[in-house]
Write a protein that binds this ligand. Structure first.
Ligand SMILES: NC(=O)c1ccc[n+]([C@@H]2O[C@H](COP(=O)([O-])OP(=O)(O)OC[C@H]3O[C@@H](n4cnc5c(N)ncnc54)[C@H](O)[C@@H]3O)[C@@H](O)[C@H]2O)c1
Length: 245
């Protein structure tokens, strides 16, 4: 019960890695709030609140953060996890595609962090950002996605420097390919566009399989816990060996 009575806010908590992280925090005694633009009506957890928020919109974030704090009184941990992928060659990536990916993955993280930070200063809280293994290496046909994810790492470092004096730690996790709806959607036509098949993707991971959402939730809980009390500004790579190849 490492997180008894801690208040955790998770963006993109309705699906995949975010949902597994919600469940892991609840099991360890936390109260968990989700910001997502798609809410699951079947979530009947105790100690759970969900708000329909598009992380690209500052007014929606502000209203819901204020509601959350009036409900539970504080915020201890922020997990910036909402994100979307987009696979296409640069010449087939439109300006709208670029804006949608960068606004969701990067601007959303900026807006939510900025709004929640005053509360984290009060609790000497923690931020964990979900980046990607594609923050660390290039990848053809992922121009917008890799640009957004590598920027998250320097966002993490710069914010960690800015908040260290308040006792607020900021870290990132870099997952490899994880078996979530986001990943499955990319293979709906049997192929991940020009990147090839699922077997091709699996072969890029030396451990020879996709990761499970729970295998990212656990590192996120570690970074959020006192076990990581001397970690800030770091990027924890959890990718089945993808980037060392
Ligand atoms: N699955 C992977 O292979 C993988 C690998 C590396 C990094 N990631 C990252 O992990 C994070 C979670 O991905 P996932 O695979 O669990 O995806 P997912 O699609 O299963 O879940 C993402 C959630 O984010 C929400 N979301 C998307 N845009 C939003 C917005 N503008 N406002 C509010 N909510 C929004 C979605 O509704 C969804 O519930 C993302 O940031 C993704 O880039 C995923």
């Amino acid at each position: 019960m490492r997180f008894r009575d801690k208040v955790v806010l998770i963006t993109g908590g309705s699906s995949g890695i975010g949902k597994a992280t919600v469940e892991a925090f609840l099991k360890e005694g936390a109260k968990v709030a989700v910001f997502d633009y798609h809410l699951n009506n079947d979530d009947t957890y105790n100690n759970y609140l969900s708000y329909q928020v598009d992380v690209r919109h500052s007014e929606q974030i502000l209203t819901s953060v204020e509601q959350l704090v009036s409900e539970w009184g504080k915020i201890d941990i922020l997990v910036n996890n909402a994100g979307i992928e987009f696979v296409a060659p640069i010449e087939e990536t439109t300006e709208e595609d670029w804006d949608r990916v960068l606004d969701t993955n990067l601007k959303g993280l900026f807006l939510v962090s900025k709004t929640v930070l005053p509360y984290l200063k009060e609790t000497k809280g923690v931020i964990v950002n979900t980046a990607s293994q594609l923050a660390l290496v290039g990848s053809s046909y992922f121009i917008a996605y890799t640009s957004s994810k590598s920027a998250i790492l320097n966002f993490t470092r710069s914010l960690a420097l800015e908040t260290a004096k308040y006792g607020v730690r900021v870290n990132a996790v870099c997952p490899g390919a994880i078996d979530t709806p986001l990943l499955q959607r990319q293979f709906e036509d049997g192929k991940r566009g020009p990147q090839g098949t699922m077997a091709d993707l699996v072969a890029m991971h030396p451990l020879g399989r996709l990761g499970k959402p729970e295998e990212i939730a656990k590192p996120i809980l570690f970074l959020s816990s006192n076990d990581a009390s001397f970690m800030t500004g770091s990027a924890l790579v959890v990718d089945g060996g993808y980037v060392i190849k």
